[in-house]
Design a protein around this ligand. Structure first.
Ligand code: NAD
Ligand code: 3PG
Length: 526
């Protein structure tokens, strides 16, 4: 039974799903060193934002197949390293959207009415109504930075509360912003004009310290800033200075440059700032959502099925996967076949998608072809996660062409591999939607099902050659399961494809190459 380590607190609903297929160990108090020491035993790791999945953890996780992040952000996971190792990383992109949006809205309201400090004051025996005169958000301008899932929900609710909306997001269209009632503007204008600024974008090198001393200086002196996205998007030192000097109106933070928040002057700013300990996703509903979402994906991957929201391979919905699966198998088989025919180092792979297969999302098919191409050299080290990276690192140039109008079969796939030993091509189709047939080798028409052990020859089309090859194989006790010959012209060149019950013994290829009329011969093990 596979083993799953759960190293952050996740909802029981997720653990119940994992327990159906795996031994589940929950240990939420591991130090980084203890995690490195333990991870080697596990096939899967389930985390939230608390666990840092570093290169050291990934290196030690020799059996790891999947890392499941019960939440959105995977910035605590070394995803490039996981990808290189062929480990799937999945998350739950939507499970906590509403929770995080509502937290940002709650921060905006609490900040406007000083609710945390007023609460503290009353509980300490005071009754100071004048000190806590707030402001209304109605008719105020909210600047939403990052109009993705969470930003969109915040915008929708804020609009319903009578706010005017500005948005900055370089990756969305003005039409989408308009649908949400937002005016899409440049960031400097948003900073200058907003009464409230709420951040809902990822932390990247470009967005680190997006809100810095310079930006703060351009804002209204009454502006209130909310960060429920990621720590480090705001320069905390610059924010603390602006709050201390009263050059901005207030701030509410859920996330920090370093978590847990250590000694920080932010803690001393009292009424000017609200601080919560990364609670955006902490609702009962969100925790059930993300735990189920990620546990189901871990279960599926451990059962050999695809994950629906992997961050390092194309995520496929089950219904799309159902349709695509036979084509992926076809692409992988042809990739493997052409890779072995080409031998040596492949420098260029051209994938021609024809008919039905050319429509829709072709990226998974390309990845499958690369996985097949590299599988002879890399064996189980190559998978759908790392095939593209492995190909890139080996300098394989990949070309994709599509022609949806070719209609010989519902869909056919042609792969050509150019390498140090020459160029070879294969074409394959699916019969009845699932049975693979190789219909052409190096442009010689043929019709063979791929089998585990195969022999291909290029020879002169002349009497007696088939018999000679048959007797030679017989003398080595190799049984032929099926045999096909393809030629373009009578007595010209031809190819022969033999499916064998046994692998070819050492040395037989040299004997085959000595048969008069044989120009080339290749063994293939699929
Ligand atoms: N506090 C929490 O507990 C909590 C919970 C969930 C998500 N989050 C964080 O909230 C943020 C938003 O999450 P989401 O689910 O809405 O993500 P999302 O991917 O749906 O949206 C992010 C948006 O940011 C935009 N963006 C990217 N770079 C940008 C830039 N330089 N300037 C402006 N916009 C940019 C993208 O185009 C996208 O529209 C993420 O950082 C996520 O990690 C925090
Ligand atoms: O990225 C996320 O999903 C949030 O930051 C939530 O993190 P958490 O799961 O640790 O609460």
């Amino acid at each position: 039974m596979p083993k799953v380590l759960v190293s952050d607190p996740v909802d029981q609903a997720g653990l119940d799903i994992l327990s159906q297929v795996a031994q589940v160990d929950v240990n939420t108090s591991l130090s980084p060193e203890e995690l490195v020491a333990a991870i080697g035993d596990y096939d899967a790791l389930m985390i939230r934002s608390g666990t840092k999945v570093t290169k050291a953890v990934i290196d030690a996780g020799q059996n790891l197949k999947i890392i499941g992040r019960a939440g959105v952000g995977v910035d605590n996971v070394d995803v490039p390293e996981a990808t290189r190792r062929g480990i799937v990383v999945v998350n739950s992109p939507e499970g906590n959207t509403i929770a995080a949006a509502e937290h940002a809205l709650a921060m905006m309201m609490s900040m406007s009415r000083y609710i945390p400090s007023a609460d503290r004051s009353v509980k300490s025996g005071e009754w100071k109504r004048k000190d806590f005169t707030g402001v209304e958000i109605y008719k105020k301008t909210l600047g939403v930075v990052g109009l993705g899932k969470i930003g969109s929900h915040v915008a929708t609710v804020a609009r319903a509360m009578g706010m005017k909306l500005l948005a900055y997001d370089p990756f969305i269209s003005a039409e989408r912003a308009e649908q949400l009632g937002c005016r899409l503007v440049e960031l400097d204008l948003l900073f200058r004009e907003a009464d409230y600024i709420t951040l809902h974008l990822p932390k990247t090198p470009e967005t680190t310290h997006l809100v810095n001393e310079e930006a703060l200086a351009t804002m209204k002196p009454t502006v209130r800033i909310i960060n429920c996205a990621r720590g480090g998007i705001i320069d905390e030192a610059a924010l603390a200075k602006a709050l201390r000097e009263g050059t901005i109106g207030g701030a509410a933070l859920d996330v920090y440059e370093s978590e847990p928040l250590g000694d920080s002057e932010l803690r001393e700013l009292d009424k000017a700032i609200i601080l919560t300990p990364h609670l955006g996703a902490s609702t009962e509903e969100a925790q059930v959502n993300v735990a189920i979402d990620v546990a189901e994906q871990i279960r599926d991957v451990l059962l050999g099925l695809p994950a629906r929201s992997a961050v390092n391979i194309p995520g496929l919905r089950p219904e799309v996967m159902q349709k695509l699966r036979p084509y992926l198998q076809l692409a992988e088989t042809l990739g493997n076949l052409v890779g072995q025919l080409a031998g040596g180092r492949v420098q260029e792979l051209t994938v021609r998608l024809q008919g039905d297969i050319a429509g829709g999302d072709t990226q998974p098919i390309m990845v499958a072809a690369l996985k097949g191409l590299l599988s002879h050299a890399l064996q189980e080290r190559v998978n759908y996660v790392n095939a593209s990276i492995e190909a890139k690192e080996r300098g394989i140039h990949v070309i994709e062409t599509r022609d949806a109008d070719i209609r010989d079969y519902t869909g056919s796939l042609n792969l050509s591999a150019k390498g140090s030993l020459g160029e070879h091509s294969v074409t394959g189709v699916l019969l009845g939607g699932s049975e693979i047939r190789v219909t052409d080798i190096d442009e010689f028409p043929i019709n063979v099902p791929p089998t585990q052990h195969m022999l291909f020859t290029l020879h002169r089309d002349m009497p007696g050659i088939i018999g000679k090859i048959g007797s030679l194989l017989g003398s080595f006790n190799v049984n032929i399961a099926s045999m096909q010959v393809g030629r373009k012209i009578v007595r010209g060149d031809a190819v022969m494809a033999l499916s064998l019950d046994d692998p070819l013994p050492e040395g037989i290829l040299d004997e085959i190459l000595k048969v008069p009329g044989i120009r080339d011969a290749y063994t293939v093990n699929l």
